[in-house]
Design a protein around this ligand. Sequence first.
Ligand SMILES: O=C(O)CCC(=O)C(=O)O
Ligand SMILES: [Fe+2]
Length: 207
Amino acid sequence: MSELSKRIVQVVLMSLLGEELDNKLYVSEFKKCHGYLRIINYTPPGSVNREKEVEGLGMHTDMSCITIVYQDKFGGVQVRSKQGKWLDIKPSEETLLVNIGDLMQAWSNGKLRSSEHRVVLRRLVNRFSLAFFWCFEDQKVIYAPNEVVGGCEEHNLRLYKPFLCADYLKFREINSVGEEKFEKIGFNVKDFAGITCSDQITKSLKS
Ligand SMILES: O=C(O)CCC(=O)C(=O)O
Ligand SMILES: [Fe+2]
């Protein structure tokens, strides 16, 4: 899974930056990434109404760079489109789902979008899935390289302040006590490190 994650990140970087830059930035930025696998079993509540969808996992974004998901034949993963529509990701024996996570969204200065997704249970059966989270090392400072941000110094196009990876993980942990609701996203990387209009104004007043 680590090898696959590396290949996927390399392909994503190539599409974002072109062939010349992708290898240079892959080595300097991603070579210390690590992954962990979560095996998930969803048990539907005993009293579930057959006609209704039941929440398996509330809407959220992953904290990873990328996540690779395998779901069993019962399906249930849904991804939210930009327009806010829930799209079913149909299960298929030979298909893996790849999500962009929050760390990659911040690192790419928002050029890659962390996917908002959830899991719904539609049947009275146990659902099983595997999720592999590929992440930056805890001590990495996430800061989009200039080559990724583009523009020039005078026109600061940065959307995120630099932050320590471990601090973001802690922030999410603290803020996800009290479960995320079905239709409501918990806090994400924009809430944590996004540059707001008032930050921009303060900065331009200081300079
Ligand atoms: O169970 C699934 O299919 C997806 C799991 C997921 O999104 C997660 O663990 O972050
Ligand atoms: Fe997820």
